[in-house]
Design a protein around this ligand. Structure first.
Ligand code: ADP
Ligand code: MG
Length: 866
């Protein structure tokens, strides 16, 4: 581009844009934010707004589009949602007094992970930014939600673990140094639908990191925040502070607490397990309804909803901490009065966590401050309600209970109870708080009275009864007289405006009153924002105390929610230990149970330990309930470690360090990639990371490949996990390979179970009960009949099955002994051979009833030719 020909404005634009290349630049021009060149082309498409052009000094006009400044937040929200960053460039001097081109500066960069505006945030979810620094196989990990002021950091080894940690938070934005980008980008993009930022090495290079961190958190040494032994985390946190300052363009003093943790402080749940167990959203539709969170969330407040989600994201492994939560939940489940009182108090509170952040960032609105006051007004009642609690965790909250009366009093005196949405609309500061504002308001009110008096006076003196005093923005106050009365207008009236049927005049006296009124109202606006700012500053000095109140409200809400859930759903308190035993009596699946309101959910027992009952192999027909049962065991364990009651008559839960679930390829409804490859990658991840304290759920693994491959893999995997020298983890393994039931005899710690079905004639009934022993039959044909496949086809299938079964025994044995002889099937002729092959390789469970019918029909016809 020939820069020298550019208009001065365009030169300024391009210079600014150079600094914010990765953003869409909103360039303020009068009442609009304009976008140019590529930004304009992109934004006009994404926002569905018209693309025009602007002369920029070059032969071709610059592509341009724009949005009105007062409704910009809607458009910004849309762009952020689509993963863009928006740099907001404002006029920083008054255009009226500016010499030459108005000075402009980027005052804020809005990015998906650094949003603070209420309209852009989801109230029940944290909005996290993750910053990851890696070098060799070490990862420093920092996460922040600046809308609530939370920061977490840890160090991780290995890319897998890094991905798991990302999955824990589901950040909206990820910043990586180039090394981390190389290792994680592809995976991150695939799994989280966010495009990580890759050109950010600058943020990670700074010799001042330590100093900046100490300053941010007000500490003298890194050891005070447990970062002295975590050089990688220091890099990540340092880069995060730099990035936040870069986007917010202000120092973030309220982000003064950091939570440094070790990954093994919490239960480790990998990306796939989170998805498979549908912990916070369902696998298919990605919605909350149908997830564990959906069952557990009975919170009254958004702060509680977000904290509950955090508890679910980070299940505990320390029995003392878990019990602390459980005993409080217990106290609440046993006391309906206490629950009712607390829920009444909590329902009167607002999201003060986010209000606190807006107070610090200076974007708080008058309505926010009233919401804060309303919340603080609930504190005495909350203290009173908690006055008799006995459990330690609820008790802790009552200790040092701060009613924040001073802040409450200030807000009560300063801010009008029903303020307008925006400060500039006026009437924000309450009467009696600031004398000057009061006086100006009196002047305004008097001015209005004077106007009314003037109107009367003028009517009388002129004798024009229809004379009216009015106001418009262009001419100010005027006296309006209809055309018919114009003849009576006195000389000292000065004509201002002529309309179709009337004339408008001013008089010197009217002008005088106008000056008083307009002058006062202008002064009031300035003064009100000054006083508001003072109030904001005073409140912001009490941030720590306010944060504490927010914490108490959120924690109480989560405990109450868990109690409400337990009460409503008839859950029971689990007994926590670290002896490795999981003993569940009459356990239920919390979600399936809740979803199937009308039909009875059949409860089942579970026994797992580190000795004779380490590995449970479950066989049984399709649809019997294997998957449901295994997930139920995983979910009950997980719930217990969150501190929740569990769906069971009784449950003893030996704490597990990690939960793994792998669902076989054909049951895996996601993805379009090679499912078998994916399945094996995940199996490999489990085998490498599981410990003797882990809980593993394997649902039909080995399905994605040919029968014998699959069986061999499944067999070897069982042996490896069962081996105490290798892993020895507690495992539930559902399989359609009945051959695996032989392992009970061969290996210690392995027990066979099946889900009982009742067969009468051709009919089968699912009993949903888990019993000892392997299944004798897979009842595939009966299930097909149940699905409505026509009788004729079912009968055909039975005949074929008989024929195959007669020889199959031979096939299986040879297969196990010499795999390469599997082709020597002893059928009489080649058609039969073909059919047998086809049947053998057929994965019946993947067929829809129609497909199954067609296939059977075709096979039956061919069989007739034998
Ligand atoms: P499998 O994995 O053996 O094919 P699933 O676990 O998918 O079977 O269960 C099939 C269906 O049976 C589920 O959709 C569920 O509605 C129902 N089901 C499973 N377990 C139970 C139970 N214990 N009580 C009632 N219904 C159940
Ligand atoms: Mg299943």
């Amino acid at each position: 581009m020939a820069k020298e020909q550019m208009t001065p404005m365009m030169t300024q634009y391009l210079k600014t844009k150079e600094e914010y290349e990765d953003c869409i630049l909103f360039y303020r021009l009068g009442d609009f934010y304009e976008m140019f060149f590529d930004d304009a082309i992109k934004a006009s498409k994404e926002l569905e707004i018209t693309l025009t052009g602007k002369d920029c000094g070059l032969s071709e006009r610059a592509p341009m589009c724009g949005v009105p400044f007062h409704s910009a937040s809607v458009y910004i929200a849309k762009l952020i949602e689509k993963g863009y960053k928006v740099a907001i460039c404002e006029q920083v001097e008054d255009p009226k007094t500016a010499k030459g081109i108005v000075k402009r500066e980027v005052i804020r960069v809005v990015t998906p992970g650094t949003v603070v505006d209420e309209e852009l945030l989801d109230e029940k979810n944290n909005n996290y930014l993750a910053v990851i620094y890696s070098q060799r196989d070490k990862y420093g990990f920092a996460v922040s939600d600046i809308s609530t002021g939370e920061i977490y950091t840890t160090e991780i080894s290995g890319a897998d673990e890094a991905l798991n940690e990302i999955a824990r938070y589901e950040p909206k934005e990820i910043l990586l140094n180039s090394d981390a980008a190389e290792k994680l980008s592809a995976q991150v993009e695939l799994r989280f639908h966010i495009t990580p930022d890759e050109c950010t090495d600058d943020f990670f290079e700074n010799s001042e990191f330590e100093k900046n961190i100490l300053q941010q958190f007000g500490k003298n040494s890194l050891s005070e925040i447990a970062l002295d032994t975590k050089p990688y985390a220091v890099r990540a946190v340092g880069a995060m502070i730099a990035y936040l300052e870069h986007t917010q363009k202000t120092s973030l003093t309220y982000l003064n607490t950091i939570n440094t943790y070790e990954v093994n402080q919490y239960m480790d749940i990998d990306v796939n397990t989170r998805r498979n167990l549908e912990i916070t959203e369902t696998m298919r539709d990605k919605v909350k309804r149908g997830s564990l969170l959906w069952v557990l969330d009975n919170t009254e407040t958004s702060m509680g909803a977000r904290l509950l989600k955090q508890w679910i994201e980070k299940p505990l492994i320390n029995p003392i901490e878990i019990n602390k939560r459980l005993y409080s939940v217990k106290e609440l489940t046993e006391n309906i009065m206490l629950r009712d009182d607390l829920s009444a108090v909590l329902s009167g509170t607002y999201d003060i966590s986010r209000i606190i952040s807006r107070i610090s960032l200076g974007t708080v609105t008058p309505k926010d401050l009233i919401a804060l006051k309303m919340t603080l007004l609930q504190l005495p009642e909350l203290e009173y309600t908690l006055s008799n609690v006995k459990s330690p965790m609820l008790g802790d909250m009552r200790k040092n209970f701060d009613l924040l009366e001073d802040v409450c009093d200030l807000l009560e005196r300063a801010i009008n109870d029903e303020p307008p949405a925006l400060l500039r609309d006026g009437n924000v500061i309450k009467e009696g708080f600031n004398e000057e504002i009061d006086n100006l308001r009196i002047a305004m009110r008097d001015g209005k009275k004077w106007l009314a008096a003037l109107e009367n006076e003028e009517r009388e003196s002129t004798g024009i009864s229809k004379l009216k005093v009015g106001y418009n923005k262009v001419f100010g106050y005027y006296i309006e007289i209809t055309k018919s009365a114009i003849k009576d207008v006195p000389d000292y009236y000065i004509r201002k405006q002529t309309l179709a049927n009337c004339e408008r005049y001013i008089t010197p006296k009217l002008k005088e009153i106008e000056n008083t009124i307009l002058g006062a109202s202008e002064k009031i606006v300035t003064l009100e924002s000054y006083v508001f700012e003072q109030v904001r500053t005073s409140v912001s000095e009490e941030i720590e105390r306010l944060k504490n109140a927010a914490h108490i409200i959120a924690t109480t809400d989560v405990l109450l929610s868990l109690a409400q859930t337990a009460y409503k759903n008839n859950f029971t308190m689990p007994e926590i230990s670290d002896n490795g035993k999981i003993e569940i009596t009459d356990g239920r699946h919390p979600v399936v149970e809740k979803m199937s309101k009308n039909s009875m959910f059949v409860p089942n027992d579970t026994l797992l330990n580190n000795d004779d009952d380490r590995m449970i192999i479950i066989t049984g027909p399709n649809m019997a309930g294997k998957s449901t049962y295994m997930r139920q065991v995983a979910l009950i364990t997980l719930m217990a470690q969150i501190g929740s009651f569990v769906p069971a008559k009784s449950a003893k839960i030996g704490i597990v360090d990690k939960i793994f679930t792998r669902v076989g390829a054909s049951d895996d409804i996601s993805s379009g990639q090679s499912t078998f490859m994916l399945e094996m990658t995940e199996v490999s991840h489990i085998l490498k990371n599981a410990t003797s304290k882990s809980l593993i759920i394997l649902d039909e693994i080995g399905r994605g490949t040919s029968t014998f491959d699959g069986l061999s893999i499944a067999w070897a995997v069982v042996e490896y996990i069962q081996n105490k020298h290798k892993i020895g983890a507690k495992t539930l393994f559902a399989t359609h390979y009945h051959e695996l039931t032989e392992l009970e005899e061969e290996l210690d710690g392995v027990k066979n179970y099946r889900i009982a079905v009742k067969k009468r004639g051709d009919d089968i009934t699912f009993l949903r009960k888990i019993v000892r022993g392997g299944a004798d039959d897979s009842y595939g044909i009966e299930v097909a009949a149940l699905a409505g496949v026509p009788k004729e086809v079912i009968n055909g299938a039975k005949k074929i099955l008989k024929k195959i079964e007669n020889d199959e025994i031979v096939v299986e044995h040879t297969a196990k002994k010499h795999e390469d002889t599997t082709n020597q099937i002893g059928f009489g002729d080649s058609i039969a051979n073909e059919i047998a092959d086809e049947l053998k390789n057929m994965d019946v469970t993947t067929y829809t009833p129609i497909e199954a019918m067609n296939k059977l029909y075709e096979l039956a016809n061919r069989a007739k030719e034998i």
